[in-house]
Design a protein around this ligand. Sequence first.
Ligand SMILES: CC(C)(COP(=O)(O)OP(=O)(O)OC[C@H]1O[C@@H](n2cnc3c(N)ncnc32)[C@H](O)[C@@H]1OP(=O)(O)O)[C@@H](O)C(=O)NCCC(=O)NCCS
Length: 221
Amino acid sequence: MEKMPYRDELDLQVRPAVSEQAVSTDWRGSLPVLANGSVILRDLRVSDAPSLFALLTTEEVARFISPPPTTVEGFERFIAWTHRERAAGKYACFAVTLKGYDTAVGIFQVRDLASGFDTAEWGFAIGSSFWGTGVFETGANLVLEFAFDTLGVRRLEARAAVQNGRGNGALLKVGAVLEGVLRQSFAKSGHYYDQGLFAILEKDWRAAREPKPFVHRVSVH
Ligand SMILES: CC(C)(COP(=O)(O)OP(=O)(O)OC[C@H]1O[C@@H](n2cnc3c(N)ncnc32)[C@H](O)[C@@H]1OP(=O)(O)O)[C@@H](O)C(=O)NCCC(=O)NCCS
């Protein structure tokens, strides 16, 4: 999430050609609804702009991420941009919602790193009143399944500022491995921050989901 690829000032309304990649194509028309328990991920809607503006622009949420839009209208433009990028087959952005409460309380993003989703990067931000509630972990696992099973990702990267304790902890708990530190790779408000480079490999993700063989221990005295 440190590198939210959207920039208001760079939104020139250019429709890129649809890239030709051997990945499942129907998500380009609209994202599937992903659900587990009370967490529901769905395509963003322009009407999500007010809640995302209220929840994702607070100091504690925005502290270690690239600056989010500063107005509701800016979020509306961001959402329209996510739809164009999705239609071009380069990017997917899910709204995080809760069962019976269709308001967007956060986002998960996955973007192609110029290799037909062989390697991709993900990021996420959730309103702070939902931190520590399990919403992140449930949503993250849905997004991982979408990335590996639908997009065909082989390597999923994430970057998190070293000082972003929750971001680092969140990545580690869903299986991301810290591979190194990208020194002074993130600039914000006149400061350069080191970022951890995390990755999850598809093969590791699949192996972790395989049922563990049952070992019956017999005590011998
Ligand atoms: C990143 C984010 C989505 C995670 O959601 P969350 O609900 O806070 O995540 P969780 O509470 O499920 O997991 C965070 C873990 O980090 C741990 N943690 C918290 N502070 C920590 C710290 N300073 N150092 C290390 N780990 C820390 C928590 O204990 C938790 O682990 P646990 O569940 O095993 O106890 C949310 O914090 C957020 O939106 N942050 C702002 C946006 C952001 O920074 N995004 C970029 C992330 S790369």
